[in-house]
Design a protein around this ligand. Structure first.
Ligand code: SF4
Length: 374
C-alpha cells in the first residue's frame, strides 16, 4: 500500500441525512426474513471472524464495539480486512461498480456553517455564489451518461430549497429526461413535507442528504442546525418511497469510536447508497488546518463501513485522491467500495472520468447498468 498522489486535488461535496431500528430489525429489513443472530458465547474471538458471520454470512451490520476493533486493526491485517470486505460486497451487491455524476445547480453562498464546507457564505472561502443554466445541466447529464454512469445528481448549496430552486429543479429534470436516459437524484438540503411530496411527484430516484458525522460529534462540525433536523428530512424522503443516499465525511476530528458510532447510525437508517468523503481541508474554512486521514485509516474505515452496511452501495466521494492516492483507491475498489463519483466534485477537481474508467478496466470491474441500480 504505497501512497501515490493523483495530480488533481479533490474535495467533499455537500452531504446530509437521518435514523435506525435496533439490530434485529435491521437484520430483518436487510434479509426480508428474520435473521437469527448467534449468541455472544458462540461468536469467535477474532473480530474479522465475527465480521464474516455478521456481514458475509448473515448480511447484517457488525455491532458497533466490533467496528471499533476493525477501525484499529494492525496494519498487517488491513489487506485481510479488505479481502473480507470485498467478499461481502460481491456476495450482497455483485461485482459491478456504480458510477454517478453530479452538477451544482447553485454553488456557494449557503447560510449554514458546516465547518468543512467551502460553500458556506459565512467563511472567507474563495467559492462565490453562482447558478447554472438548464442547457448546461443537460450537457453535463449527457457527458455523465457517456461515462457509463447510471445516476446524475443535481445539487444545491442551500439550507433547503425555496420556490425558485424547486422550479429550477423541475425544469432541469424535464429537460434531462427529454434527452438523456439516466436516473436523476438530487441534494437540496432540508425539506418540508410538501417539498418531499414534490420530489416524489417529479420521480426523483434518490435523495442525498448526509448526516456528515456521528450524532455525538455533529455539534463540533455544525452549529446552525442539528443532526436530528437532518435526520427528519431523511425520514420524510424515505416515507415517500424515494431511495436514500446518506453518508458523510471522515477526518473532521471525530474519534475512532465516533466513526464506529456513525457507521452504526447509518446502518440503522438503512440508505441504499452511502457516500464516503475524506476531508480535503478547504482554505478559509474553520477546518482548513485539519490533518488528512492517513491512507491506512481510510482503508480501515472503508472495511468498517462495508461490515456495517453489507448491502449498501458504498461510494467513494470527495477526498479519495488526496487521501488514498491511486494505489489506495485500487485497494478500496477491491476492498468493499462499489461506487464512485465520476469526474469533478462541487468545489474541487476529482480524477478525470477517463482515468477512473481506465482503473476499473485494469481491475476488471464491470460498471452497473441503469436497469440494475437498486
Ligand atoms: S448545508 Fe451549506 S454549508 Fe453545509 S455542507 Fe451543505 S452547502 Fe455546505
Amino acid at each position: 500500500m504505497t501512497l501515490k498522489r493523483c495530480s488533481m486535488r479533490a474535495m467533499s461535496y455537500c452531504n446530509s441525512t437521518a435514523a435506525v431500528p435496533p439490530l434485529a430489525d435491521v437484520a430483518a429489513a436487510n434479509t426480508t426474513q428474520t435473521t437469527v443472530l448467534p449468541a455472544p458465547a458462540e461468536l469467535p474471538e477474532d473480530v474479522l471472524e465475527r465480521a464474516r458471520i455478521y456481514a458475509l454470512d448473515l448480511g447484517v451490520a457488525l455491532p458497533e464495539p466490533d467496528l471499533v476493533h476493525v477501525l484499529t486493526l494492525p496494519i498487517d491485517r488491513i489487506r485481510e480486512a479488505l479481502d473480507l470486505a470485498q467478499e461481502v460486497r460481491e456476495k450482497w451487491c455483485g461485482r459491478e461498480v456504480e458510477l454517478e455524476g453530479i452538477v451544482s445547480l447553485k454553488t456557494g453562498g449557503c447560510p449554514e456553517d458546516c465547518h468543512f464546507c467551502a460553500q458556506s457564505g459565512l467563511f472567507e472561502s474563495p467559492v462565490r455564489s453562482a447558478w447554472i443554466d438548464i442547457p448546461a445541466v443537460v450537457e453535463s447529464a449527457k457527458h455523465t451518461a457517456k461515462t457509463g454512469a447510471a445516476e446524475f445528481c443535481l445539487v444545491a448549496a442551500v439550507r433547503g430549497p425555496d420556490k425558485k430552486l424547486m422550479s429550477q429543479l423541475k425544469a432541469a429534470v424535464e429537460a434531462i429526461r427529454a434527452e438523456v436516459d439516466i436516473h436523476i437524484a438530487c441534494s437540496l438540503g432540508m425539506l418540508t413535507d410538501e417539498q418531499a411530496d414534490e420530489l416524489a411527484a417529479m420521480g426523483i430516484h434518490r435523495y442525498n442528504h448526509n448526516l456528515e458525522t456521528a450524532r455525538s460529534y455533529f455539534p463540533n462540525v455544525v452549529t446552525s442546525h442539528s443532526w436530528e433536523v437532518r435526520r427528519q428530512t431523511l425520514e420524510r424522503v424515505r416515507d415517500r418511497g424515494i431511495k436514500l443516499c446518506c453518508g458523510g465525511i471522515i477526518g473532521l476530528g471525530e474519534s475512532i469510536e465516533q466513526r464506529a458510532e456513525f457507521a452504526t447510525q447509518l446502518a440503522e437508517l438503512g440508505p441504499t447508497e452511502v457516500p464516503i468523503n475524506f476531508l480535503n481541508p478547504r482554505p478559509g474554512t474553520p477546518f482548513e488546518n485539519h490533518p488528512l486521514v492517513s491512507m491506512e485509516d481510510a482503508l480501515r474505515t472503508i472495511t468498517a463501513f462495508r461490515f456495517a452496511l453489507p448491502k449498501a452501495t458504498i461510494r467513494f466521494a470527495g477526498g479519495r485522491e488526496i487521501t488514498l492516492g491511486e494505489e489506495g483507491m485500487r485497494d478500496g475498489l477491491t476492498g468493499g467500495i462499489n461506487g464512485f463519483i465520476a469526474g469533478n466534485y462541487l468545489t474541487t477537481l476529482g480524477c478525470s472520468a477517463e482515468s477512473d474508467l481506465d482503473m476499473l478496466s485494469e481491475l476488471h470491474i464491470p460498471i452497473r447498468e441503469k436497469k440494475d441500480v437498486p
